[in-house]
Write a protein that binds this ligand. Structure first.
Ligand code: TXA
Ligand code: MG
Length: 347
């Protein structure tokens, strides 16, 4: 298949270019587009066969449901019902943005979107291109991350191109995604109560500040065992994984750097994922700096792209510096745990 590619500037969006991609969506085809979190692989949420083709292209298990993207609460109401009024304060604060809520679904939503469940996950993205695409197609757009299942999520056009060129109808090149990790996903569990299913840039603290009690699902920081019931099927799968084995190293700066250097001395094919201005601490290794620890969004912005860069090298093992799992750091740590298959060394 020939994939139509266009570079669109989010500051001055050319309507005719967006219209061409929106028509692909309403024609039942797939289009990858940028959002403020990661690139999404979009299809008309109301078109069962288009939705099914997302699963085929990504090689995604059918029991992992999709997020429907909308431009307003009004559009959310066309696919979800009985939306609790008390959530309005959250929609006002965090929509448009990196915030997804699992709601009761309406009949019109195909089973392929929800993995045959009674709920649908809904998000209103803030990226101008995502917004313009949904607006122009005038339908909710389901979009998982635009990568092949299991690979790190795509945070720039080049990642999407590598995974999906020739397999889908269109890719909109809108540059690099700001946040770099996927949206926060929550499900209401009672009055002013939410369970956090996936951490992201909208942090538990930000939700608590709006008067909500937050329960952090235990699978955010622990692996799913064979007989445990999961609230969000996405937690089940090996995710975000680079080709090399990865180890997260926790502890104070001096001890961690010393520990990593000892490993490097024993293996000439080590990778190190470290903080800015630290590459000089590690000789004889492939070193990538990914941001500064006091700015967790700088780390989330660069994480997946750093993992993909390691895939282009011959490193056998990646030692990664991490920050505390709180605030945006919780989302970051959750992704890194999965990329490292829960291998953590605390020093
Ligand atoms: O930032 C994002 O959310 C990106 C961009 C493209 O918007 N999308 C994204 O989609 O990350 P995906 O498919 O990679 O992740 C969707 C997550 C999965 O963990 C899935 O299990 C969960 O949301 N999910 C979707 N529908 C659900 C539902 N009805 N109940 C519980 N979890 C659900
Ligand atoms: Mg994904």
């Amino acid at each position: 298949m020939k994939t139509k590619i266009a570079k669109i500037n989010s500051d001055i969006i050319e309507k005719s270019a967006i219209r061409e991609f929106a028509k692909m969506i309403t024609d039942g085809k797939l289009v990858a587009f940028p959002t403020e979190t990661v690139y999404g692989l979009g299809a008309n949420a109301l078109d069962d066969s288009a939705v099914k083709s997302i699963f085929a292209v990504k090689n995604r298990p059918a029991n992992n449901p999709l997020i429907a993207h909308v431009t307003s609460l009004e559009m959310a109401n066309t696919i979800a019902k009985n939306i609790p009024f008390e959530l309005d304060i959250l929609f006002n604060a965090f929509w448009p943005g990196a915030f997804t809520v699992v709601l009761e679904k309406r009949e019109c939503v195909p089973d392929s979107v929800t993995a045959s469940g009674k709920t649908v996950a809904v998000r209103c993205p803030s990226h101008p291109i995502a917004h313009a695409l949904i607006q122009s197609a005038n339908v909710p757009i389901v979009a998982p991350s635009a990568n092949l299942s299991g690979k790190p999520s795509p945070t720039c056009f080049e990642h999407v191109y590598e995974d999906l060129n020739g397999k889908i109808s269109g890719i909109i090149n809108g540059g690099t995604c700001d946040i770099g990790i996927e949206s926060t996903v929550v499900i209401p569990t009672g009055k002013n109560k939410l369970r956090l299913l996936r951490p992201g840039a909208i942090t538990p603290e930000m939700l608590q500040d709006k008067g909500f009690e937050i329960e952090i699902d235990k699978h955010i920081l622990t692996p799913v065992t064979d007989n445990s019931v999961v609230a969000s099927p996405g937690m089940l799968y090996r995710h975000y994984a680079p080709k090399a084995k990865m180890m997260l190293i926790r502890g104070n700066d001096k001890d961690v750097i010393e520990y990593i250097n000892k490993q490097i001395a024993n293996n000439s094919n080590c990778g190190v994922l470290c903080f800015d201005n630290e590459s000089g601490c590690f000789a004889n290794a492939t070193v990538i700096e990914y941001g500064t620890p006091n700015n967790p969004l700088s780390l989330s912005h660069n994480l997946f792209s750093a993992l993909r860069k390691f895939d282009l090298t011959d490193v056998e093992i990646i030692y990664a510096r991490v920050i505390e799992p709180c605030g945006v750091g919780l989302g970051l740590y959750n992704r890194m745990l999965r990329a490292a298959s829960f291998n953590v060394i605390a020093i």
